[in-house]
Design a protein around this ligand. Structure first.
Ligand SMILES: Cc1cc2nc3c(=O)[nH]c(=O)nc-3n(C[C@H](O)[C@H](O)[C@H](O)COP(=O)(O)OP(=O)(O)OC[C@H]3O[C@@H](n4cnc5c(N)ncnc54)[C@H](O)[C@@H]3O)c2cc1C
Length: 396
C-alpha cells in the first residue's frame, strides 16, 4: 500500500485547509448558532458557484471523459478521502450541504442512459445558481432494512405512478430532482426495486418537512411524500433492462458501498478537530500535567490514526479496482466509534463548560453522532463484517 502524499496532493490539501478555516468553519458555526440549514441564497453558496464549484464530473453530451493522466494522484480515491477528512475537520455539515449533484451522481454516471445524463446532470455542467440533487432511500418504516422499502411504483400506460413517504433525505426540499428508490412489488424484496428521477414541482410530490436534528445543522434533512406522482417512463434510471437480476437494489447498494469510507474519513476529521480543541482547552486549563488526561488524549488520537489507516486502505483498494466491502464496513464502524469516543472525552474535559452549549467541542459532540447512523449504522456494519468473516454474503 502506498499512502504517501505528493506535491500536487499536498497543495490540494493545503487549499482545503485554508478554505476550511476561512469559509467552512465560520458558515458551519453560523448555521449551528441559528439552528437552521444554510439558506439557498447564502453568499457562501453564491461564492462557490462563481468559483466553478457545485458542478458535475460528467463531461457533457458527446464529450469523452478525460482519462486520468498516468500518475495523477489528485484524482485518486485516497485523495478524495483525505479531502473528505479535511473538510469534515472544519465542518462536515457544510460539506454535505454544498450545491452539486451529490450522492446520486455516481449512480447516474454508471447506470443512467445518455439522455438521462444530459437531462439530469446537464444542469450541473455550468450551473447559473446553486443547484442540488439528492438520493431518497430511507422511509419512516425502512432505514437499515433498505430491502423493505414500501414506496410503490405502478406502471400506467407509458408512465409510472409513485406513492409513498421518505424521511431524513439530505437537501430534498432544495433539489432540482430526487432519485427516489421504490418497489414494484414489496413482497419480492430487493429484485423489485426501481429508482426514478422525480423532478421538483412534479404534482403529488410535497409535504416537505425539514427534520429537527441534534447536529449537522448546516444542511437540511427532510421528509416528503409522493401522492400519485406521475413519472414518464424515461425517468426510470437506466431503463427497464437495467433492472433484471436484482440490479435495482444493487444500484442503491453501490452508492452506499462507495460512501462508507467517505463517512469514515468524515468521522476521522471530526475526531481530529475534537483532539485539537481538547488540547487547546486542556492546555489553557492546566490539565496536561495530569498523566491520566495525557494518556486518554493520546489513546484517542491513536485510535483515530488506526481508523484513518483502515479508511485509506479501503480507498486504496478502490483505486486498485479491488473489492473493498469488508474494509469499507470496518473503516466506517471503527471511525464512527472512535470519533464519538474522542468527542465524549472532549466533553468530559470541558466539564461544566460543555454543559453551557457554546463550545466547539459540544457542537462536534452533537455532529459526530450521525456518523454512526448514516449509510448503514455501526450495528449493520458489524452484521456485514461478521457474515463476511464466516463466508456468508453481506445480506441475508
Ligand atoms: C443526519 C442524517 C442524514 C441522513 N441522510 C439520508 C439521505 O440523504 N438519504 C437517505 O435515504 N437516508 C438518509 N438518512 C437515513 C439513514 O440512512 C437511516 O437513519 C439509517 O439507515 C438507519 O435507519 P433508521 O434510522 O430507520 O434506524 P433503524 O433501521 O430503525 O435502526 C434502529 C437501530 O436498530 C439497529 N438494527 C436495525 N436492524 C438491525 C439488524 N438487522 N441487526 C442488528 N441491528 C439492527 C440499528 O443498528 C439501530 O441501532 C439520514 C440519517 C441521518 C441521521
Amino acid at each position: 500500500m502506498e499512502f504517501s502524499i505528493d506535491k500536487p496532493m499536498r497543495e490540494k490539501l493545503e487549499e482545503a485547509r485554508e478554505r476550511g478555516r476561512t469559509e467552512v468553519r465560520p458558515v458551519g458555526l453560523e448555521a449551528d448558532r441559528l439552528g437552521r440549514a444554510i439558506p439557498v441564497d447564502h453568499p457562501y453558496f453564491l461564492k462557490l458557484i462563481k468559483r466553478g464549484e457545485g458542478r458535475t464530473g460528467w463531461p457533457g453530451p458527446g464529450v469523452q471523459a478525460e482519462p486520468p493522466r498516468p500518475g495523477d494522484s489528485t484524482r485518486s480515491t485516497v485523495m478524495a478521502l483525505l479531502l473528505a477528512e479535511e473538510y469534515a475537520y472544519w465542518d462536515r455539515g457544510v460539506g454535505v450541504g454544498n450545491p452539486g449533484p451529490g450522492l446520486p451522481e455516481s449512480n447516474v454516471l454508471s447506470m443512467g442512459t445518455d439522455e438521462q445524463k444530459e437531462r439530469f446532470l446537464g444542469i450541473f455542467l455550468k450551473p447559473d445558481r446553486p443547484r442540488w440533487a439528492c438520493f431518497a432511500m430511507t422511509e419512516p418504516g425502512a432505514g437499515s432494512d433498505a430491502a423493505g422499502i414500501q414506496t410503490s411504483a405502478r406502471k400506467d400506460g407509458d408512465a409510472w405512478i409513485l406513492n409513498g413517504a421518505k424521511c431524513f433525505i439530505g437537501s430534498a426540499s432544495r433539489s432540482d430532482w430526487i432519485l427516489v428508490q421504490t418497489t414494484i412489488d414489496p413482497s419480492k424484496g430487493r429484485g423489485a426495486q426501481r429508482a426514478f428521477f422525480v423532478e421538483k414541482d412534479t404534482p403529488g410530490l410535497g409535504g416537505f418537512k425539514i427534520e429537527k436534528k441534534m447536529g449537522m445543522k448546516a444542511y437540511e434533512s427532510t421528509s416528503f411524500t409522493l401522492d400519485d406522482v406521475r413519472i414518464p417512463a424515461a425517468n426510470l434510471l437506466g431503463g427497464e433492462e437495467r433492472y433484471q437480476q436484482q440490479a435495482g437494489f444493487k444500484t442503491a447498494m453501490r452508492t452506499f458501498n462507495a460512501g462508507r469510507p467517505v463517512i469514515a474519513a468524515n468521522a476521522v476529521g471530526i475526531g481530529r478537530a475534537v483532539i485539537d480543541e481538547s488540547l487547546v482547552f486542556a492546555r489553557e486549563h492546566d490539565l496536561l500535567g495530569d498523566v491520566r488526561v495525557r494518556d486518554r488524549i493520546e489513546h484517542s488520537a491513536r485510535q483515530l490514526r488506526k481508523a484513518r489507516l483502515l479508511c485509506l486502505r479501503a480507498g486504496w483498494l478502490a483505486d486498485q479496482q479491488r473489492p473493498n466491502i469488508l474494509e469499507a464496513s470496518m473503516s466506517k464502524a471503527l471511525a464512527a466509534t472512535v470519533a464519538y469516543d474522542a468527542a465524549s472525552l472532549g466533553m468530559e474535559l470541558l466539564g461544566s463548560v460543555g454543559a453551557r452549549g457554546d463550545h466547539l467541542i459540544e457542537k462536534l459532540y452533537r455532529d459526530v453522532k450521525a456518523m454512526d447512523i448514516v449509510e448503514g449504522t455501526g450495528q449493520i456494519q458489524r452484521v456485514i463484517m461478521s457474515r463476511n468473516l464466516v463466508g456468508l454474503s453481506s445480506r441475508g
